[in-house]
Design a binder for this molecule. Structure first.
Ligand code: DAH
Length: 355
């Protein structure tokens, strides 16, 4: 043990006759002593012993006054090195002691761990990504178009006449903002993703194969199957030769990939102003294990109406195309057996974490 008065108590480390310090012994001893330090109090005692005002480092510096001039440099260096060594030992020990303290105070290692809960994407986002990925694998490109639309893109460009009931304020949310491109017309929240067709055709030349995912809005009363906001994915393919059989083939393949190979579907004639002929696609619910009804509608589709090509500014009779539009909530409800659309928007983690 080194003591505060080196001349008296440092034993072998200080040779009084030659006024020399045995630094190697001092370093070794400091190291050995530091190993026994196991509490903040012991650490402070250790610090004071070496670095305190009356500590060994100070004593070594004090001995410089009576040292021979040839020894002074070595003594000064020895004292500085000792200080560096002790500081390092203190830093190491203090890290160990404080970690041990945290463990002692806060962690009962015998208790089961709590683990981190990792979040994940919402089931609607997952469904949307799944649908998009199937179409992207088949060569479609994803494009997003605005949720705030003009009457032209939402209706006129899609051959929806001015007196069509869907234009009524009961069926469409109109904004309190004028459409800068059409006098006397207000902007609106798109009621479907089909206006994406008009925008994309106006800006691009065929051939094209695109999908347009996004939110749509309708002033519907909220119940188990309706919400004033929901999601759709629109599809559009335009080229010089396109046939209805290709639309059928594409959607059949999509349903097999999305719902599984056993899916049974049917194409039922329907009317949409922007496609001619048009159809709705139903899937057989029994096969999916849903008992409520035998057939459930999942999407609308058809061959692009030549009037829509005309609105887009395409030359007459040059192009053909098909389009389709599906509700994302509907697809998720069927695939995952969810029976109430409101569950998607309530953000109840007990529901969300099931998917
Ligand atoms: N826009 C239609 C709706 O919201 C769905 C739809 C039907 C989209 C036929 C299409 C289509 O592209 O060809 O009810």
């Amino acid at each position: 043990m080194f003591l505060r008065c080196p001349a008296k108590k440092a034993g072998q480390s200080f040779n009084k006759a030659s006024m020399q310090w045995n630094f190697q012994d001092i370093y070794d001893q400091a190291q050995v002593e530091s190993q026994a330090v196991d509490s903040p109090q012991a650490l402070e005692t250790f610090r004071l012993k070496y670095l305190g005002k009356k500590g060994l480092v100070a004593a070594i510096f004090a001995s410089l006054a009576s040292a021979q001039s040839g020894d002074k440099a070595a003594i000064g260096k020895g004292a500085n090195d000792l200080r560096g060594l002790v500081e390092r030992l203190i830093a190491e020990k203090s890290a160990i002691i404080s970690t041990a303290k945290i463990f002692e105070e806060q962690v009962d290692v015998s208790l089961p761990g709590t683990g981190e809960t990792l979040g994940h994407t919402h089931i609607l986002t997952q469904t949307m990504q799944e649908i998009i990925s199937v179409f992207e694998q088949m060569g479609f490109v994803t494009i997003e178009t605005p949720e705030i639309e003009t009457e032209f893109h939402n209706f006129t460009g899609l051959n929806i006449p001015i007196d069509h009931p869907s234009r009524d304020a009961f069926d469409t949310f109109y904004l309190d903002a004028q459409d800068p491109s059409a006098t006397g017309r207000r902007l609106l929240l798109r009621s479907h993703t089909s206006p994406g067709q008009v925008r994309i055709m106006k800006q691009n030349k065929p051939p094209m194969a695109v999908i347009v995912p996004g939110r749509v809005y309708r002033p519907d009363a909220v119940d188990a199957s309706h919400s004033f906001m929901f999601h759709q994915i629109e599809g559009l393919l335009v080229d010089e030769k396109v046939q209805f059989s290709e639309l059928k083939g594409l959607l059949t393949e999509f349903c097999r990939r999305f719902f599984g190979p056993k899916v049974i579907m049917r194409f039922r004639p329907h009317f949409f102003p922007f496609t001619e002929p048009s159809a709705e696609v139903d899937i057989n619910a029994e096969v999916l294990g849903i008992q409520r009804k035998k057939w459930l509608e999942i999407l609308g589709c058809g061959m692009v109406n030549p009037k829509v090509f005309k609105e887009a500014g395409y030359p007459k009779n040059k192009y053909k195309g098909f389009a389709f539009g599906m509700g994302v909530e509907r697809m998720a409800m069927l695939k995952y057996g969810i029976n109430d659309i409101r569950l998607f928007y309530e953000n109840d983690v007990r529901f969300l974490k099931q998917f």
